[in-house]
Ligand binder design. Structure first.
Ligand SMILES: *[C@@H]1O[C@H](CO)[C@@H](O)[C@H](O)[C@H]1NC(C)=O
Length: 296
């Protein structure tokens, strides 16, 4: 049959749309006003320096001006208008006015305006986003040694981030899954406190294992802010005899030495493990045994 199939009709429509969109876009570029100032949005961390640049393609020698978020004039051409030493002239020509704001604070966030005093006045806006730098994460819950087989809950908290930071847990260099981050807005302040909990069931292999809480945030390079702590796990003592017998602390171990058995002097006992904090790992040798001795 000669009917066009639905997909090919759809294809023609979308192709037309693309051509039309391209034509509209070209028109905008063609119609661009050379006196219209152009700025760009900027993102900066608290304490950092941001440069605001305003350019026009052509100049009729009208002055360019930058104003802050409260519409106060900062610079009118090369002339400083606001007494704030953090704000300095960076570059000024007939087609460009750029200024820097150093030691940026959260309160510097907002919309800045560049104007050119043509008739009529033309303006462009630049949004400055200020990132709150998260503090070094604080970890708790690792302070006490815990017996093997028990559950340990570690808490990690980082304050002052904007937008909220993400906390990531590691054991060695392996990422662990903690509870979802809890984000709390700090009153009267655009920053957030973020915390995360990690619950681990510990085995004796976890003794001295290093657990890390790292902060992931656009104001930081990876690994910039992290906190590391070693777990302390204690586990019951084992007595290991030179005959291979193993018994746990608290159990009674009896040896009866006879003619066919090894002599008591030839039997060595070693203590393995960690009795309780803070004694640490121990390896203790018993004094030579006497026949039919009981060790408790
Ligand atoms: C955020 O953390 C700060 C510093 O530890 C603390 O003083 C404040 O109470 C916390 N605010 C909230 C809402 O959790």
């Amino acid at each position: 049959m000669a009917f066009p199939s639905a997909p090919s009709a759809l294809w023609s429509v979308s192709l037309l749309t693309v051509l039309f969109a391209a034509a509209v876009h070209c028109n905008i570029v063609y119609d661009d006003d050379p006196l219209q100032p152009v700025t760009s949005d900027e993102t900066v961390s608290v304490g950092g320096t941001v440069t605001l640049t305003c350019r026009v393609a052509e100049s009729d020698d009208s002055s360019l001006q930058w104003s802050n978020t409260a519409q106060q004039t900062l610079y009118f051409g090369e002339k400083r208008a606001l007494r704030d030493n953090r704000i300095q002239l960076h570059h000024s020509t007939s087609t460009e006015l750029s200024i820097t704001i150093s030691d940026v604070q959260l309160s510097d966030e907002g919309e800045y305006t560049c104007s050119i005093f043509t008739m009529p006045v033309r303006t462009a806006r630049a949004t400055v986003t200020v990132l709150g730098v998260p503090g070094k994460p604080q970890m708790s819950g690792f302070e006490k040694a815990v017996p093997e087989g028990s559950k340990v809950t570690l808490t990690c908290t980082s304050t002052g981030s904007k937008p909220p930071a993400r906390l990531i847990w590691y054991r060695g260099d392996q990422e662990l899954e903690g509870r979802p981050n809890v984000v709390e807005a700090v009153p009267d302040n655009p920053t957030y406190n973020v915390s995360s909990e990690l619950t681990l069931e510990v085995s004796r292999e976890d003794d001295k294992a290093v657990i890390t809480c790292a902060v992931d945030h656009p104001s930081l390079a990876p690994g910039d802010k992290r906190s590391e702590h070693a777990l302390q796990v204690f586990y019951s003592l084992l007595w290991r005899s030179s005959l291979g017998t193993i018994c746990r602390e608290g159990e009674v171990l009896s040896f009866v030495f006879g003619q066919q058995q090894p002599r008591a002097q030839h039997l060595h006992m070693e203590e393995e493990g960690r009795r309780a904090p803070p004694s640490g790992q121990s390896r203790r040798r018993l004094p030579a045994l006497r026949d039919a001795q009981q060790i408790r």
